[in-house]
Design a protein around this ligand. Sequence first.
Ligand code: AR6
Length: 171
Amino acid sequence: MMKIELTKGDITKIKSDAIVNAANSSLLGGGGVDGAIHRAGGSEILEECRQIRNRQGKCKTGEAVVTTAGNLSAKYVIHTVGPVWNNDEEKESQLLANCYRNSLKLAESLEVKTIAFPNISTGVYRFPKELAAKIAIQEVKNFESEVIEKVIFVCFDEENEELYKKLLERD
Ligand code: AR6
């Protein structure tokens, strides 16, 4: 079973083999955690994102791609595109679950031992935080891995930290 850790702070400062980025389908950067990762990781990340764009086009919602982590201490950045919340709970929940599952699958294929997730879609994309936290925890718990040893949920705001604490203590 993978160990689950909860921490509050900036994901670019976290020590982990892979960190996950809440990107958009252009893969060309943005604000929030995406902006922070590109700023701290440097231009190498954007350059690889461009190469991926040229190869496969945009990244669809729920899917994930990998680049170098540039100047960050991680080995990889896994970019996944969360859904924009538009009140279609069933569809958007599935898509958010896909983000976590596809990121974990990719991490496993890269033989990553630790992976850190931000609270995907809960910023600009307005996904309800409690539902997003439940989905994130469920997907991580349901993922069976012989390779990944630890998953770190990195909360940036207090509300998410409290929600994760409550949900993780419950089970
Ligand atoms: N470390 C960890 N978490 C962070 C950080 C950080 N440095 N900065 C913000 N967060 P958002 P989304 C949290 O808006 O909702 C971008 O422009 C933040 O508090 O970054 O998936 C992309 O390019 C929130 O809980 O991502 C897309 O266009 C969580 O990260 C769009 O935003 C996600 O907030 C994606 O929207």
